[in-house]
Design a protein around this ligand. Structure first.
Ligand code: IPE
Ligand code: IPE
Ligand code: MG
Length: 244
């Protein structure tokens, strides 16, 4: 099997990484951002088409205000400093999540990066920011319900494809591989619908320690798997490479 078309990463463990070093959690977020930068470059170099990074969840808003505001500052600084490099690497940036909840300066920095890279044709880099999959599904259902209520959509026409189109992740394909660092084996409200047939790769490595070798190990493991999508392979029919 080849490279995943869409790789998604739950970048977890920044706080614990800092704690074992006797440093504040935010120190881990700063190092974690540097790692994200390297992994983005490596994915681009490898020719991966889609990379979604879970950077901040809906539930992360409940963290102490000091940590939240520092995360927002780190994000803004990253966008300001990195936009030029992203452009050079032909990386197109988009975002999924409730971005209206982000501070105005972060929203503006984000908008600038999205605009500046909108014509790039290489890696599609998607930041999941203020993202929650249940909120995303609820918003898709609301949009469909509004169309039904307006008389523009017969309810019986609603199917998986139509719902997928209303998700914030549209038009990205479903993730083929989801990596989560830091030893946790859960989705934490990330891409619940989209992960129906994703492969998972978990590692105890904390995100600030994650490196190229870990990424290559995950991709190597993915390449050895057989994805069946509920089917069986027969002598005259190969297994599909997607659900539909
Ligand atoms: C992931 O690291 C980054 C964000 C959620 C923003 P954490 O901050 O969750 O670090 P741990 O899991 O507490 O170690
Ligand atoms: C998931 O990590 C969110 C991100 C990595 C951005 P969390 O640290 O928030 O998840 P839980 O609380 O361990 O489930
Ligand atoms: Mg965590």
């Amino acid at each position: 099997m080849s490279l995943p078309k869409h790789l998604a990463i739950i970048m977890d463990g920044n706080g614990r990484w800092a704690k074992v070093r006797g440093k504040p959690r935010t120190y881990g977020h700063v190092k974690g951002t540097r790692v994200a930068k390297q992994i983005i470059t490596e994915c681009s170099r490898l020719g991966i088409q889609w990379l979604t990074l879970y950077a901040f969840s809906t539930e992360n808003w409940y963290r102490p205000q000091g940590e939240v505001s520092l995360l927002m500052r780190i994000l803004k600084r990253y966008l300001r400093k990195e936009t030029e490099n992203l452009l050079k690497e032909n990386i197109r940036v988009t975002v999924v999540g409730e971005t209206s909840r982000l501070p105005k300066d972060v929203r503006e920095a984000l908008e600038k990066t999205i605009q500046a890279t909108s014509r790039c044709t290489g890696l599609n880099l998607v930041f999941a920011l203020s993202y929650g999959s249940r909120q995303e599904i609820a918003s898709a259902v609301r949009a469909l319900a509004a169309e039904v209520a307006a008389g523009n959509l017969p309810a019986e026409k609603i199917d998986e494809a139509l719902l997928s189109e209303k998700l914030w992740t549209h038009p990205a394909p479903d993730p083929d591989l989801i990596i989560r660092t830091s030893g946790e084996s859960r989705l934490s409200n990330f891409l619940l619908w989209q992960a129906a047939y994703s492969e998972f790769w978990f590692t105890d490595v904390l995100w600030p320690d994650f490196n190229q070798k870990n990424l290559h190990d995950a991709l190597g493991s993915y390449q050895q798997r057989q994805r069946r999508f509920g089917r069986v392979e027969t002598s005259n029919e190969k297994l599909p490479d997607q659900t539909h």
